[in-house]
Design a protein around this ligand. Structure first.
Ligand code: MG
Length: 182
């Protein structure tokens, strides 16, 4: 049977966006993320992370450190009773339009394939419109967080694929809403 999943953006969604984070010791979790994922776990969701990492081609993020950062995040969530099944990263420049780089859906489709996910029952969470678009391009619904000013860009002329099904301050604020929308 296909599974329902939540795919999370990393920076500005699960952890504080430090801009080209390259140090596992500098990881700082956003408020309520562990509690939120336990709630979603109990709702039957599985979890993945999909992160654009233009810091790698810029030479500001070392791939070894990137992998270590993801391992630390995975372990920290595991200690809190939450399994993050996979981390997908797109080490391409901002202007690349690579299929794996959000807003394109490559990383999400990879997660969907690896874990037998049903996109129609699944959600993409992020703090940018590119996350929202990537979710929709992968056939999922999208949640936009108000951690940046991106939500202010949404207006009457905004293309449909950029409009999230839900807008919340933090991941934790979405738990009961997702439950009712699922
Ligand atoms: Mg982000």
């Amino acid at each position: 049977m296909k599974k329902k999943a939540i795919i999370f953006d990393r920076d500005g969604t699960l952890i504080v966006d430090k801009i080209y984070l390259n140090d596992p010791n500098a990881i700082e979790y956003l408020p309520g993320v562990f509690e939120a994922l336990r709630d979603f776990r109990d709702q039957g969701f599985i979890f993945c992370v999909a992160t654009n990492q233009s810091g790698v081609p810029r030479g500001l993020v070392d791939v070894k450190n990137l992998n270590q950062i993801h391992e630390v995040i995975r372990q920290d969530f595991a200690k809190e009773g939450v399994d993050i099944l996979s981390f997908h990263s797109a080490p391409y420049m901002t202007d690349s339009n690579h299929f794996m780089r959000k807003p394109n859906p490559g990383m999400l489709l990879e997660a969907i394939q690896w874990h037998n996910i049903d996109p129609a029952q699944s959600w993409m969470f992020g703090d940018r419109l590119t996350d929202v678009i990537a979710g929709h391009r992968a056939g999922m619904r999208s949640v936009l967080l108000r951690n940046t000013d991106e939500y202010k860009k949404i207006g009457v002329t905004t293309p449909q694929e950029s409009i999230p099904e839900l807008i919340c301050d933090q991941v934790i604020d979405s738990c009961s809403k997702i439950k009712h929308l699922s």
